[in-house]
Design a protein around this ligand. Structure first.
Ligand SMILES: *Cc1c(COP(=O)(O)O)cnc(C)c1O
Length: 384
């Protein structure tokens, strides 16, 4: 059976060139970069070269790039690190209802500890407006955390304006850029960003590796205690193969991301147009233009998204729903609900997220399958 992967927002396959770059670091070049002998020095050099390469890609100083275990850890380190460091200055944090759970649940945990969290509503397209951020600022605000682009609907936020507001008030600004790093140009020498989270496995790099960019001078409380790794910011022997793989993935995105974006957007638009013509009552979620090239989140009125996903999977097509399936009951996506999508429409949504290796044939095969499934599910469905 044909197998089609339309879930690149969840993860991507590791680029063969990335695997190749990583391999020597399991066997020949296995030294601990903290060791002073030649084995250690060899990996230390590779580690710092990788840091340089990543920094150059986003026009940051290499010294401001810190390797972590992924997007989730970077979000935790940025938010808890800032909160604990600044708790004597204030206890108020501003974020939004459309953030990834790595941000939302971290903020909820801080709320349990006595921090005050403001959760901003986005507009109907999922955009968090700078004006809303500005209005929420209080004298005790210590951190603003707003994602660059949303993982469920792909909507891109005006982080430059939000960062400028934060900067003008002397408040730290963190952005979760996991969905945009390697896909949109990011120039940290110009952007008013203090903290930025990145993950390897969303850009054809390995899982379990990420970055937190920490602007020079920003102090964070440590979450991991141990050795002096990553200049005392993040203890633990560095994941060298992961770091080398991430740097290689960055190099490949740097060379190719414009071409990849064009290719992906063309396919995504073809998928959107054909569904619009051939499947009635499919409603777009997210911003019609200001969104990532690969995202297509649609509500198929009258059916359960979960049932649609399972039917597509039986035909080899892997898409996803933003909703979390907990003990058999399906929670509608918190992102769609925050955007004002009605719960029954939120439950009928699925996300296609396309990637560089998808083809026109993938889109056309999907359209051979999808209209039939939707018609069948609607005929069986009790919901309107
Ligand atoms: C995937 C993702 C994360 C989590 O990154 P991991 O490396 O899987 O921990 C965080 N934020 C966003 C927006 C994501 O899409």
């Amino acid at each position: 059976m044909k197998k089609i992967y339309f879930d690149h927002s969840a993860t991507t396959s590791v680029d063969p060139q990335v695997v190749e770059a990583m391999l020597p670091f399991f066997h020949e070049k296995f030294g601990n970069p903290s060791s002073i002998h030649s084995f250690g020095r060899e990996t230390k050099v590779a580690l710092e070269e990788a840091r340089e390469a990543v920094a150059e890609f986003v026009k940051a100083r290499a010294a401001d790039i810190y390797f972590t275990s992924g997007g989730t850890e970077s979000d935790n380190l940025a938010i808890k690190g800032a909160a604990y460091e600044l708790k004597n200055k204030g206890n108020h944090i501003i974020t939004s209802k459309v953030e990834h759970h790595a941000v939302l649940h971290t903020c909820e945990a801080l709320e349990q500890e006595g921090f005050e969290i403001t959760l901003l509503n986005p507009d109907k397209y999922g955009v968090v407006h700078p004006e809303a951020v500005e209005k929420a600022i209080k004298s005790n605000t210590i951190l603003i955390s707003i994602m660059h682009a949303n993982n469920e609907v792909g909507t891109i936020n005006p982080i430059e304006k939000i960062g400028e507001i934060a900067q003008s008030k002397g408040i730290l600004f963190h952005t979760d850029a996991v969905q945009t790093f390697g896909k949109l140009p990011l120039n940290l020498s110009k952007l008013p960003i203090d903290l930025m989270s990145v993950s390897g496995h969303k850009i054809y790099g390995p899982k379990g590796i990420g970055i937190l960019y920490i602007r020079k001078g920003v102090k964070l409380a440590q979450l991991m205690h141990g050795g002096g790794h990553e200049r005392n910011r993040r203890a633990g022997t560095e994941n060298i193969p992961g770091i080398i793989g991430l740097a290689k993935a960055v190099e490949l995105r740097k060379q190719n991301f414009k071409k990849e974006n064009e290719h992906i957007k063309k396919l995504r638009d073809r998928l959107a147009e054909r569904i619009d013509k051939e499947v009635p009552r499919a409603i777009l979620n997210g911003h019609p233009e200001k969104r990532l090239a690969g995202h297509l989140n649609l509500s198929f009125q009258g059916i359960e998204g979960e049932a649609l996903l399972l039917s597509l999977d039986l035909k080899g097509i892997a898409a996803s729903s933003g909703s979390a399936c907990t003990s058999g009951s399906i929670d509608p996506s918190h992102v769609l609900l925050a955007m004002g999508v009605k719960p029954e429409l939120a439950r009928s949504s699925i996300r296609f997220s396309l990637g560089k290796d998808n083809t026109e044939a993938d889109v056309d095969y999907t359209l051979e399958i999808l209209p039939e499934i939707v018609t069948r599910l609607r005929s069986m469905s009790a919901i309107e």
